[in-house]
Ligand binder design. Structure first.
Ligand code: AMP
Length: 581
């Protein structure tokens, strides 16, 4: 019988963070000792030293590109120690939505353990504030396809590697988060059928559901957009105890049919509740009256979905989940009472060795509402040397490799918890939109879209999703913003949205280029309904998983398939007149 105590998890966290500096040194030592035989390390002249100073002096900072030759050999089946002491047995596919193709990264037992530690820690803090009873969780989780590499390793998204593990099940039991849906639904080869069955199982067990969750909040919004379309079919399945013919995968049919028996009372109650709602506001607490909260990652590129999520969640609190990446986990949300916009993540000092590259904004370039600054970098500092209020790029050295990996995320230090910092996620560092001297990040695009969507609110319209592109086939080149809308809008409104978008990019390089016409008028292209679903489907075919999916906020020419999907689905387009040209 496993004994799991929330108090001891919190205690463990408090102990670990009391002397985070010491734990970091120990963690680095462990990582280096475990992987001392790896070829990558042997070539760097560390000579068995495990202290941070020698590590920093000998091991270079890397990005994924630098690691590709090593990872390729692992994928091809070389079993000698290349990046890790122990041979790598599985590969993680990161979402890769920005580059257009997934990145391959090593995955191992330690990463799995770290994941469980993160899940347990944030759950313990969440449960202290919002205790849940024994029950189930409506989890919109999906596995990706598992592929076998040339060298015989299994490759799947990091979340899939986690969901497939025995430990995941045990941890979910421990934290009272058993999924309503059977495994066949989670590991289904068909995302659409999986989603329908998650909803159905969630309704069958509605009285027991304690919370609603997904890895990234986008999946919950996506699920309820789907619910709006299929709720009557779901009711009918429950009423007659017969699974819809849309579910064709035999394993899912068999598993879900076992849970289904005619229940006209439940069907009537769902029907009544749904028809009583106004525009689906508060559908989650209405149908899952014992749910205490909604959880999932809601920060960073998930922020644009918060408004819709709040709408569906009504009175229920939203709780942003933890911070990590396929390269390794970083931090847990230990202040679950804070709204998603203020979420911070406390770094767990024993799950990796963390460094922080200070990013300074050049004098005079600090603009409110503008993330697009060319940062001045200095030497990386250690976990306990960061300063509150300052911004950094994180470098992770995880147990799945001993390279110093630049994650490409910008974080701000919000405060310290004992001696470990709490991070606020700011944005991905990479530039999305840039034609000449202009620089705009994902965050700048998000702020611009937020500004322009204010004009849609009066019309009761929403942007379902958005992305961008730089069109240099015109001279001069110009920004293109793609919008999928919840329903059609008038020309007048859309042309003012287009002008508003153009003016909302306040980066000095953009504004001056627009004024002198070295960048042409911004173009707003409105997409046919369902276009982003097509894009998601495209990524699923490539091996992505909905659980880790993030809509690419920029589509470059190398991502030709997605660009083609976008361009083929444009129904109308507007050019800005904001700068008079
Ligand atoms: P992937 O490796 O595909 O799982 O993507 C990892 C990336 O997702 C990170 O580098 C972040 O940019 C983003 N991410 C992960 N967790 C969070 C979070 N809690 N808030 C904001 N962004 C996140």
């Amino acid at each position: 019988m496993r004994v799991f105590s929330l108090e001891s998890v919190i205690e463990e966290f408090e102990t670990l963070t009391k002397d985070a500096g010491r734990v970091q040194r120990e963690t680095l030592r462990k990582i280096l000792e475990q992987n001392g035989d790896a070829e990558y390390l042997q070539n760097l002249g560390l000579g068995g030293r495990t202290d941070p100073e020698s590590f920093k002096a000998c091991v270079p900072l890397v990005t994924h590109k630098d690691l590709e030759p090593y990872i390729k050999r692992i994928i091809d089946g070389e079993t000698s120690p290349i990046l890790t002491g122990k041979p790598i047995t599985s590969i993680s596919l990161s979402s890769g939505t920005t580059q257009g193709k997934p990145k391959f990264l090593p995955f191992n037992e330690e990463l799995l353990q770290n994941t469980m530690q993160i899940y347990r820690t944030s759950f313990a803090f969440r449960n202290r504030e919002y205790p849940i009873g024994n029950g189930k969780a409506l989890q919109f989780i999906y596995s990706s396809k598992q592929v076998i590499t040339n060298g015989g390793l299994t490759a799947a998204t990091a979340t899939t590697n986690v969901y497939r593990s025995e430990q995941f099940k045990c941890t979910m039991e421990d934290i009272h988060s058993r999924c309503c849906s059977p495994d066949e639904v989670i590991f289904s080869p068909d995302f659409h059928q999986s989603l329908y069955c998650h909803l159905l199982c969630g309704l069958i067990y509605s009285a027991e559901v304690q919370f609603i969750s997904s890895a990234f909040a986008h999946s919950i919004v996506h699920a309820f957009r789907m619910f709006e379309l299929v709720w009557e079919d779901l009711c009918s399945d429950i009423r007659h105890g017969v699974l819809s013919s849309r579910i064709t995968v035999p394993s899912i049919r068999a598993a879900v049919c076992k849970l289904l028996s005619p229940n006209p009372m439940l069907a009537d109650s769902i029907y009544k509740k749904c028809t009583g709602l106004s525009n689906w506001y508060g559908v989650i607490p209405e149908l899952w009256p014992n749910a205490k909260y909604v959880s999932g990652i809601m920060t960073g590129s998930m922020e644009p979905y918060l408004k819709k999520l709040r709408h569906y969640a009504g009175s229920l609190p939203l709780m942003s989940a933890d911070y990590g990446s396929s390269e390794g986990w970083i931090a847990a949300n230990v202040n679950p009472g804070l709204p998603p916009e203020l979420t911070t993540f406390a770094v767990l000092p024993n799950i990796g060795y963390f460094e922080f590259i200070p990013l300074e904004k050049p004098e005079g370039q600090v603009l409110e509402n503008c993330a697009s600054i060319h940062y001045i970098e200095s030497e990386p500092v250690g976990l306990t040397e960061v300063e509150v209020g300052k911004e950094y790029e994180i470098v992770v050295t995880s147990f799945a490799g001993l390279y110093r990996y630049r994650l490409g995320d910008v974080v701000k230090i919000a405060r310290f918890h004992n001696s470990t910092p709490e991070l606020q996620f700011i944005c991905r560092r990479s530039l999305l939109l840039s034609i000449n001297i202009d620089k705009n990040t994902e965050k700048d695009l998000q702020l611009a879209v937020e500004e322009a969507t204010k004009l849609l609110a009066a019309e009761k319209l929403e942007v379902v999703d958005f992305t961008s592109h730089v069109d240099v086939s015109t001279d001069p080149g110009h920004y293109v913003i793609f919008w999928e809308l919840s329903s059609s809008a008038s020309e007048e409104v859309l042309s003012s949205c287009c002008n508003c978008l153009d003016l909302a990019f306040v980066d000095a390089g953009y504004v001056s280029s627009r004024k002198i016409r070295s960048i042409g008028p911004l173009e707003l292209r409105v997409l046919r309904k369902g276009t982003f679903q097509k894009i998601l489907d495209h990524y699923l075919v490539l091996g992505a998983a909905v659980s880790q999916f993030k809509t690419p906020r920029f589509v470059g020419p190398s991502n030709s398939k997605v660009l083609q999907i976008l361009c083929r689905n444009v129904v109308e387009s507007y050019f800005s007149t904001a700068y008079g040209c």
